[in-house]
Design a protein around this ligand. Structure first.
Ligand code: PHE
Length: 418
């Protein structure tokens, strides 16, 4: 068990179901682009390691399984790290050819304005039955007929790679190239339609004192990717305010997943997207912590029955930076940048910051690292930015928090303060 009470208390929040919450509005906007699909929005967040990893083909040594990345309840049970944990069960139920699953997911991670240990994903999938094709047609032709039903758009799409590449993005042995071409086209057109809907809404969003609307033409691109449970696979990136943002991962579902789920005759696609990331673009929300705010100045700005409006900051409260330097316990060497050094992992520091400061910590960064030339001991310096989204913090308050954090690091990680 490495799941702190602060994380367990998030299980009951279900922000994606709270009426008028920006995550719920984002979910509904995407759902409206998938008519006829089944929507599953209340699946329980505690799953088995089989559901979260094994059923999807994650190898036994995959880093995602490690206790530094995933919250365990016991050795066989975790807080789901992605909505794909429900793929196999949903395929097994075989209730509708298409489905969407929206849910809270949990990952141990950095502390900054776009990462939070609890966030929300939407999974989507569509499959076709290869045995029920009329004799005068082919499955590929059936799927292309479905592609033609997706609304068209005039977006600039960069998609330079062939659908199938023997090395980088292989065809599965159970599939025919013509079927996969059709499935990939249905997948890409469906998701392009979602992006068009979201970004036109973001553009049209009224400004209630927020930033001026961006009016650069929307550009998107398909990039080859790898997931253990799809092949070929892609990521979709959107050019937004000067950078390429990764919006979702997707691909053609592995035959073994469908076969193990008792539906070996089906073929289709799946995608997974992060709802916070999309909601932040849609409403111009600058900090992921805001989604958890119960402040009426935040919540009252969103309404499912009104046009999308840009979020207006209540005010920008001052930041307060404080450093903490410490020696790692003796015997812990190596390079800690972004990860694991012997028994020390940066995510443990991140989690203690969350435990002590909660949402008052905006950002934590490693600013210096040093190995003593004689003793070989390693020292790290992390800079914590304390800032409330709702008020100005007093000096005494941040000092108290920071002292408590330093003490907790000594007690829980065995570091020696400098
Ligand atoms: N579950 C993947 C993630 O969290 C996203 C994904 C879903 C990719 C479905 C492919 C198909 O990154």
């Amino acid at each position: 068990m490495n799941t702190p009470p602060s994380i367990l208390s998030a299980l009951k929040k279900r922000l994606h179901l709270q009426p008028d919450h920006p995550l719920a509005i984002t979910r509904q906007l995407i759902e409206s682009r998938f008519p006829g699909y089944a929507y599953h929005n209340a699946l329980f967040p505690i799953v088995t390691t089989h559901q979260n990893f094994d059923s999807l083909g994650f190898p036994p040594d995959h880093p995602g399984r490690s206790r530094t990345d995933t919250y365990y309840i016991n050795s066989k049970t975790v807080l789901r790290t992605h909505t794909s944990a429900h793929q196999a069960d949903t395929f097994r139920a075989n209730a509708t050819p298409g489905y969407l699953i929206s849910a809270d997911v949990y990952r141990r991670d950095a502390v900054d304005r776009s990462h939070y240990p609890v966030f929300h994903q939407m999974e989507g999938a569509m499959t076709w039955d290869r045995t029920t094709v009329p004799t005068n047609s082919t499955l590929a032709a059936q799927i292309w007929a479905d592609v033609a039903k997706i609304p068209s758009h005039d977006l600039t799409v960069q998609d330079p790679n062939p659908t199938i590449d023997a090395d980088r993005n292989p065809l599965q042995p159970e599939h025919a190239a013509a079927e996969v071409e059709a499935v990939a086209a249905h997948l890409k057109r469906s998701l392009e339609d979602v992006v068009v809907a979201i970004f036109s809404a973001a553009r049209a969003a009224t400004t209630a004192g927020g930033e001026a609307p961006a009016d650069e033409p929307l550009q998107i691109r398909w990039v080859e990717a790898y997931f253990p449970f799809t092949s070929p696979s892609w990521e979709l990136e959107v050019f937004w305010q000067g950078e390429w943002l990764e919006v979702l991962g997707c691909g053609v579902v592995r035959h073994s997943i469908l076969a193990n789920a008792g539906v070996p005759s089906r073929i289709g696609w799946a995608f997974g997207l992060g709802l916070e990331r999309i909601a932040m673009l849609l409403f111009s929300i600058p900090d992921i912590r805001l989604f958890w705010s119960e402040d009426a100045r935040f919540l009252s700005q969103f309404s499912a029955s009104k046009p999308i409006a840009r979020f207006a900051r209540f005010s920008k409260f001052p930041a307060c930076f404080k450093d903490m330097s410490f020696w790692l316990p003796a015997g812990v060497g190596g390079n800690s940048a972004g990860g694991q050094v012997g028994g020390f992992h940066e995510n443990d520091v991140m989690e203690l910051v969350r435990e002590v400061a909660g949402d008052l910590a905006e950002d934590v960064r490693l600013v210096d690292e040093f190995t003593h030339p004689k003793t070989g001991r390693r020292s790290c310096c992390y800079r914590v930015n304390y800032r409330s989204l709702e008020r100005t913090l007093t000096n005494e308050e941040t000092n108290r928090l920071h002292e408590k954090l330093r003490g907790t690091l000594v007690e829980r990680l065995g570091v020696e303060l400098r």
